[in-house]
Design a protein. Structure first.
Length: 319
């Protein structure tokens, strides 16, 4: 669970539950620069949405579940179709009265290229819907259409683009497991959140030093508006600037230049080990951690907006 309302890593600010329900800002029109968009491969939001629904068709993908194993097999196979190299990083952690069997998936494009960037999303889903209005649902796992599947869907479609269009730099995709397992309401601890990112950060080769990382989390909302996440601004302002300027240049208005919340997410663990990493997240999502986080609350257009920015960034800004 990346959105914690208690003191956290890096002395995060406290935010009440009401804050993620506040009214979204009005989007401002942008004047696109067509020449920038033309220089990068097109991103198909409908194809990305299919990747989203395929994940949710497995059911909840909470750790140790049947859906979790089926989704792992699917994601691994899909990335092996497209990436130059795919590595599974399997590990175990002690959970709440259970042993968690976890796997990060690491896919590389142009693995011998020294200049690299890292793109991240978590592929697990939360094992409890504690924010559900119906108390009967609060012990059930969430479907995770937006919270999990949306970021993964964009990266899967981007992987297919990178196969057909070799990027000018090395690109790595990291799908983390166990991001959303913990239960701070139960134990007041953050130790069982961000498990995949935590493990990757501790066990990555010392020589692995990408220029920066971009985390995609909850970017499928039908009313997508991605503000400036404050921990990203604190730890990687230069990366934030290049991403938002790219969005403006290609006329993607879902990236709004206003301050957002300080979110606790996988990106903090990567910043801790020296990889400047930002979080693309729309936390104004009323179905967060509920059984209503289903594909009908998401839209291909939202996935396409994020995918277009990433494609333009890779192919026009990082040559």
């Amino acid at each position: 669970m990346k959105k914690l309302f208690l003191p956290l890593l890096f002395s995060l600010l406290y935010f009440s539950c009401e804050q993620h329900m506040k009214q979204k800002p009005v989007q401002q029109p942008a004047v696109p620069k067509p020449e920038v968009a033309k220089q990068s491969p097109s991103f198909d939001g409908n194809k990305a949405f299919k990747y989203l629904t395929t994940q949710t068709d497995f059911g909840p993908r909470n750790v140790n579940s049947v859906g979790h194993q089926k989704c792992l097999d699917y994601l691994t196979a899909e990335l092996k179709k497209n990436a130059d190299k795919v590595t599974l990083q399997s590990f175990t952690e002690k959970g709440y009265n259970e042993t968690l069997r976890l796997t990060n998936i690491f896919a590389s494009f142009k693995p011998l290229e020294h200049r690299r960037i890292l793109l991240i999303a978590h592929w697990d889903t939360r094992p409890r819907a504690e924010m559900d209005a119906d108390k009967e649902n609060r012990s059930k796992p969430i479907p995770g259409a937006n919270d999990g599947a949306s970021g993964v869907a964009v990266l899967l479609e981007l992987a297919s683009i990178l196969k057909d269009n070799p990027p000018p730099i090395g690109v790595d995709i990291l799908l983390t497991d166990g991001e959303d397992y913990g239960n701070s309401e139960k134990d007041g601890s953050t130790d069982l959140y961000f498990l995949g990112a935590r493990y990757f950060a501790k066990n990555k080769p010392a020589s692995y030093t990408p220029q920066f990382g971009i985390l995609l989390d909850m970017i499928g909302d039908r009313d997508l508006q991605i503000p400036l996440e404050q921990n990203s601004m604190r730890f990687a302002p230069t990366v934030m600037n290049i991403v938002w300027s790219t969005a403006e240049e290609i006329g993607v208005t879902q990236f709004v230049p206003i301050p957002g919340e300080s979110i606790s997410d996988d990106h903090l663990l990567l910043n801790e080990v020296g990889i400047p990493t930002i979080d693309l997240i729309d936390f104004q999502y009323p179905y967060w951690h509920t059984t209503q986080d289903t594909p009908d609350k998401c839209a291909p257009e939202s996935l396409e907006a994020v995918g277009k920015v990433l494609s333009a960034l890779i192919f026009t800004k990082l040559k």
